[in-house]
Design a binder for this molecule. Structure first.
Ligand code: SF4
Length: 326
């Protein structure tokens, strides 16, 4: 099948072509969720890099309904790309933070919109109840395509404390275990360039993820944004940022470590232009992606080239979770 894609890594475009025979577009939704790491339930102030402004839509005024957001997203992609299939992506804030009935009503509303083949739900690993995981499984059993995206950012508890994540590695591992074996696709978000992390630390996170039953990954870069602790430290000259070369080389190292079948959903990061402080090079996302492709070519390597299914990370005395089965 021609996916129009000759990447040396397994990207989302190719994955969707293999699953659905065509390109599928993820439509971002802001369903009005907040975050327990900002409202004081877990902590106040949020993560080190988060400015808490959530989506542009929310800043513009009252939020349109989930249905309205999906309809206008569909129309746009239909007109621009001739798109026919979509995934409703609950992206903004913590999208499993609320009472079960409220969550179910929102997900059901999204799935009722014509041409939605499934949902993707972004959340924290410490804010997803068993009955919500059961609900996701019930959608899978109805033939829907379901992704849950867990923010981990780093496997190192010392880093998670530094960036005020409010959860630890073990919580993430337990939640992956609770989600596994139900037909739900798991995607994990990580961030490169977090304070105090060496390249070895970042590769250790990738190595751990390579041993878990995880289907996809989003790799982000730490950005310094105004209104965040990261932004303040950067402005005070106390937060070194990754160089483009460092970032690209680390991404390629990580791609080599990850299993060949793990879907690479993202390889860089962006932020609102009006609060963006650094690193300057990250503003050009296409240049970053091209540089990753060029480095893969230069090394004549590819995703999975250094994948070792028996690789277990012993950093911090961690032992292998019992459900590792890749
Ligand atoms: S969990 Fe997400 S929304 Fe909540 S503070 Fe962290 S980055 Fe912001």
């Amino acid at each position: 099948m021609n996916t129009g894609n000759d990447k040396r890594y397994y990207d989302l475009k190719r994955y969707f072509h293999e699953q659905f025979g065509c390109r599928v577009y993820k439509l971002q939704i802001d369903a009005g969720f907040t975050c327990p790491n900002r409202d004081g339930t877990i902590a106040r102030g949020g993560c080190f890099y988060c400015d808490g402004r959530f989506s542009r839509l929310r800043q513009a005024g009252p939020l349109p309904s989930v249905t309205e957001q999906l309809r206008s997203g569909k129309e746009l992609y239909r007109r621009m790309r001739g798109a026919t299939k979509f995934i409703a992506y609950f992206q903004t804030a913590t999208n499993t933070y609320g009472p079960y009935d409220h969550l179910k009503a929102l997900y059901d509303e999204a799935l009722a919109v014509e041409d939605m083949v499934g949902i993707a739900v972004g959340t924290r690993p410490d804010v997803i109840a068993d009955d919500v995981i059961d609900l996701f499984q019930s959608y899978v059993e109805e033939g829907r395509h379901v992704w849950v995206e867990y923010g981990l950012q780093s496997m190192h508890d010392r880093t998670l404390r530094t960036i005020n994540r409010g959860h630890d590695l073990q919580t993430f591992l337990n939640t992956v275990k609770r989600t596994t074996g139900r037909g739900i696709h798991i995607c994990v978000h990580i961030i490169l360039g977090l304070p105090g992390e060496s390249r070895d630390d970042m590769l250790a996170t990738a190595r751990l993820l390579s041993t878990l039953p995880i289907d996809g990954i989003k790799i982000h870069l730490l950005l310094a944004l105004a209104g965040t602790r990261a932004g303040r430290l950067f402005s005070e000259g106390k937060l070194p940022m990754m160089t483009k070369d460092d970032y690209v080389n680390t991404v390629v190292d990580i791609l080599e470590i990850l299993p060949p079948g793990m879907v690479i959903q993202r390889l860089t990061a962006d932020g609102y232009r009006d609060v963006f402080l650094a690193p300057e090079w990250a503003k050009n996302k296409l240049a970053v992606l091209n540089a990753v492709d060029a480095e893969l070519e230069r090394r004549d390597t590819f995703q999975g080239a250094a994948y070792d299914e028996n690789a277990l990370n012993t950093d911090g005395g961690m032992t292998a979770p019992s459900f590792i089965h890749r």
